[in-house]
Design a protein around this ligand. Structure first.
Ligand SMILES: [Zn+2]
Length: 114
């Protein structure tokens, strides 16, 4: 493993702050949506849309939270930075850009091409 514990720690901080951001975003969005519904009860079309958006955003939130938890679990288990496909190391530059990356660039490209 080429990643140092300092690097892991700073990535872990990034993951934890992303979790918080993700949660805040979801909270703010829900508040906005419910505020809008209250102020605009007669506009059924609009509230349907709001409901759809809320479902969409909630799904996005859950998905992202899962990804972040998965990366944090990997740190705990000492498996962080290993590619899920080939068990090779994921480049630190890649992890710094995307701390939830599960695969090395080569494997990710293979999956995206399929
Ligand atoms: Zn790989």
């Amino acid at each position: 493993m080429e990643i140092t514990s300092d690097q892991i720690n700073s990535l872990k901080e990034k993951l934890l702050s992303s979790k918080q951001e993700n949660l805040n975003f979801q909270k703010n969005f829900s508040q906005e949506i419910s505020g809008e519904k209250m102020g605009d009860m007669v506009d059924l079309a609009n509230s349907n849309l709001s409901g759809k958006l809320e479902t969409l955003f909630r799904a996005r939130y859950v998905e992202k939270d899962k990804e972040l938890n998965r990366a944090l679990d990997k740190i705990t288990e000492g498996e962080y930075g290993e590619c899920e496909e080939c068990d090779g190391p994921i480049a630190i530059r890649r992890l710094e850009l995307n701390p939830t990356a599960l695969r090395c660039v080569a494997c990710q490209e293979k999956i995206e091409l399929n």
